[in-house]
Design a protein around this ligand. Structure first.
Ligand code: ADP
Ligand code: ZN
Length: 215
């Protein structure tokens, strides 16, 4: 499957993407994960992106398009991909359209995960992430805590709160989302690709997507 996952921070794009990879082996492409990896590794890209990310601002479109242009042409994408956290702005959507046309890839749909704002806020402040870059399992201190407090069930590494999950950065990320990313739903509606899903349960989102794709 070749999907874009749209939705506010905390809407569950990462969780849904991980579940979908198990359906047919499509790969999850998370620009947030790629950027965090670059910051950790101290690459040129990481150095350029770090300050934007800490503040809850978007990283400039040119940097993101550079990453995606390479990533989408890697061989593991041939079988399908789930774009998680990209595109995030109208210029990114337009650039993606041109890029896909150029490399001969057609999207199945853009799925918009619709979650009420109070649920989003609650999820973001209680979200915890495995600190092991190879794992990055997602937990929630209230609804899905690790079996042993602060320790990842899957790999045993410490489970932490992300730098951009302080209250200040969260409200900035939501503001940025409303201003820059929310308009993408109308864009993909016009492209004839939009599917809106009420996303309070990730399992229901996954079964809705499978049904739409005839899987
Ligand atoms: P979330 O969706 O939970 O906000 P992500 O992990 O997708 O978080 O992204 C974390 C940060 O990385 C964003 O706040 C932003 O600074 C940067 N980022 C990720 N994807 C993009 C993108 N497509 N365009 C611009 N910035 C991005
Ligand atoms: Zn882990």
């Amino acid at each position: 499957m070749k999907l874009i996952l749209l939705g506010a921070p905390g809407a569950g794009k990462g969780t849904v993407a991980k579940l979908l990879t198990e359906v047919d082996g499509s790969v999850q492409i998370s620009t947030g994960d790629i950027l965090r990896g670059a910051v950790r590794a101290g690459t040129e890209l990481g150095k350029k992106a770090e300050a934007f990310m800490k503040a809850g601002d978007l990283v400039p479109d040119e940097l993101i398009m550079g990453i995606m242009e390479e990533r989408l042409q890697e061989s593991d994408c041939a079988n399908g991909f789930l774009l998680d956290g990209f595109p995030r702005t109208i210029p990114q959507s337009e650039a993606l359209k041109a890029l896909l046309a150029r490399i001969g890839i057609e999207l199945d749909m853009a799925v918009n995960l619709d979650v009420p704002r109070d649920v989003i806020l609650d999820r973001l402040t209680t979200r915890r992430t495995c600190s092991n870059p190879e794992c990055q399992a997602i937990y929630n201190v209230k609804s899905n805590p690790p079996k042993q407090e602060g320790i990842c069930d899957k790999c045993g590494s410490p489970v932490i709160q992300r730098d951009d999950e302080t209250e200040e950065a969260i409200s900035k990320r939501l503001e940025t989302y409303n201003e820059k990313t929310a308009p993408l739903a109308a864009y993909y509606e016009k492209e004839g690709l939009l599917v809106n899903v009420n996303a309070t349960s990730s399992d229901i989102v996954v079964s809705t997507i499978k049904e739409k794709l005839g899987l």
